[in-house]
Design a binder for this molecule. Structure first.
Ligand SMILES: *Cc1c(COP(=O)(O)O)cnc(C)c1O
Length: 488
């Protein structure tokens, strides 16, 4: 069947092949969901050996190809929904997000032009309007869905750079970097996401352009040091094109003092980009929305829906306060966004995106919002933040565990620390404990650094995880640390 109808269409044979392939795949997913392990624990060497492409002249047919994907990929995947899988900002996905993927994939709309995605373009515009309202921006539709935080941060930094040069009468789009690029700087905290560095390098300004501001003991940008660093840069004859504030640092979940930073940025006419890839989830929170106070003052914002909004990868957005700045990256392609179209009022989202062909990921958030409603969606997000506080209190009461920092979003930083142990030994113990837990397939906890010590991290995005689950996990952590100590 698949041999005769390889392409999805309205032909009866194609529809039958589609249904067979989807049924087989969803049945395999259902089986996989029910297997109890977080990970079946294959090593790098085993997977390198096992995983080989079987591409031949005849083809295996859909059924066999799906069977092999189940065996080679699905069964050795990490169960991101597993309650002991709490290492990263990597969420289990909403059921409705899965349904949205079926619609997105089958229709295969492309968001670059109206004639490739008419209804989808309109839905995405409506959603951007809604997100702006939620943030506290003026009404409008300046913003776009992206592949995630890295791309959204690139857009913010790129427009900040180009607006900076435009004020000096120079078009980067037309003429490339002008003046003395080595003197162009960005200020962000030492805990800002590494994509700030990567993006600055990509933009021709290099890692050297990133000045890292000190943080307070909760990993939040220190305002005194920010003002000092800005003054120092100016005294050296450097020009600061942007400040990047973070709302939800990757480890501590720290939210920089957004309103204070915005005031300083405004005073010096510096672009403020807020990376709210994680903390942006609080836009839907009832309990913790006020943590984002000042977000609306940013010139541009990164949001990520494949973090604590529980959407499948990928799904992110970029919001731009002043739509006029989109002119800086405008490019007209006769076949996608002609003047003629513009005069007719035809929206073509290609002008708002770095991508050309682009997935209709906005549908996932749209359907998530409609299916769950604000109360349930907000509760799912609040669960993790509240749970982190409860887990921290519990850790505080454990003799062999040490809480490193009070939680701010849904993460807990802690370490195994038997009272009589010296700090140097403790770092290695925690590293080995984290590694041994993953190797055992029992749990996936983060291993990271905080304040110069190696520690463990629980990222509690999963709304089905309970305090009991985390007590079990912490017991495994202690037990595993004991085994490491015993040299087992
Ligand atoms: C995850 C994250 C990013 C990167 O986003 P991707 O979607 O992985 O590209 C950027 N900034 C912060 C604060 C993040 O948590």
């Amino acid at each position: 069947m698949s041999g005769t109808y390889p392409v999805l269409s309205g032909a009866a044979g194609s529809i039958a092949a589609y249904q067979d392939a989807i049924d087989q795949s969803t049945r395999a997913v259902v089986d996989w969901l029910q297997q109890p392990d977080m990970y079946r624990g294959k090593t790098v060497a085993e997977l390198r050996e096992r995983i080989q492409l079987a591409f031949n002249e005849e083809g295996l047919g859909n059924q066999a190809a799906i069977g092999r994907a189940v065996e080679l990929f699905l069964n050795d995947s990490l169960s991101v929904h597993h309650p002991q899988c709490v290492a990263h900002l990597h969420c289990p996905s909403l059921v409705i997000s899965q349904a949205a993927e079926v619609l997105i994939n089958a229709t295969n709309q492309s968001m670059d032009s109206w004639d490739q995605s008419p209804s989808a373009t309109m839905l995405e515009i409506r959603l951007v309007e809604w997100l702006r309202e939620r943030v506290g921006y003026s009404a409008g539709d300046a913003g776009v869905f992206t592949s995630g935080g890295t791309q959204s941060n690139l857009m913010g930094l790129m427009l900040a750079r180009d607006a900076f040069f435009a004020r000096q009468g120079h078009s980067v789009q037309q003429h490339g970097l002008g003046g003395s690029p080595a003197k162009i700087k960005v200020l962000c905290s030492g805990h800002a996401h590494f994509s700030v560095q990567k993006n600055m390098a990509l933009m021709g300004l290099g890692y050297q352009s990133v000045i890292q501001v000190k943080c307070d003991r909760f990993s939040r940008m220190d305002m005194v040091d920010l003002a000092d660093q800005l003054a120092l840069a100016q005294a050296r004859g450097e020009q600061v094109m942007a400040i990047v504030a973070t709302a939800g640092t990757t480890d501590a979940g720290a939210i920089d003092p957004l309103a204070d930073i915005a005031a300083l940025a405004a005073e010096h006419q510096i672009w403020l980009h807020v990376d709210a890839a994680w903390g942006g989830a609080l836009l839907l929170s009832e309990q913790y929305r006020h943590y984002l106070h000042g977000l609306e003052l940013a010139d541009s914002i990164t949001l990520d829906f494949h973090k604590q909004f529980f959407q499948t990868i990928s799904c992110g957005a970029f919001l731009l306060k002043d739509a006029r700045h989109y002119e800086l990256m405008r490019y007209q392609a006769a076949y996608l966004n002609s003047d003629f179209d513009a005069q007719q009022g035809v929206p073509n989202l290609v002008a708002k995106s770095l991508q050309t062909t682009r997935r209709f990921d906005a549908l996932k958030l749209w359907m998530g919002l409609e299916a769950l409603g604000s109360k349930q969606y907000g509760a799912l997000i609040d669960h993790g933040v509240t749970l982190a506080q409860e887990v921290a209190r519990f850790i505080d009461g454990c003799e062999n565990l040490e809480l490193i920092m009070q939680p701010q979003l849904a993460s807990v930083l802690f370490r195994v620390h038997p009272p009589q142990w010296s700090t140097a030994d403790v770092s290695l113990l925690n590293q080995q404990t984290g590694d041994a837990l993953l190797a055992s397939g029992r749990a996936n906890v983060g291993v990271t650094q905080a304040g110069g010590v190696t520690c463990l991290k629980l990222t509690l995005l999963n709304p089905t995880v309970s305090l009991e689950d985390m007590k079990r996990l912490l017991a495994s952590v202690e037990q595993t640390a004991q085994q490491v100590l015993n040299g087992a």
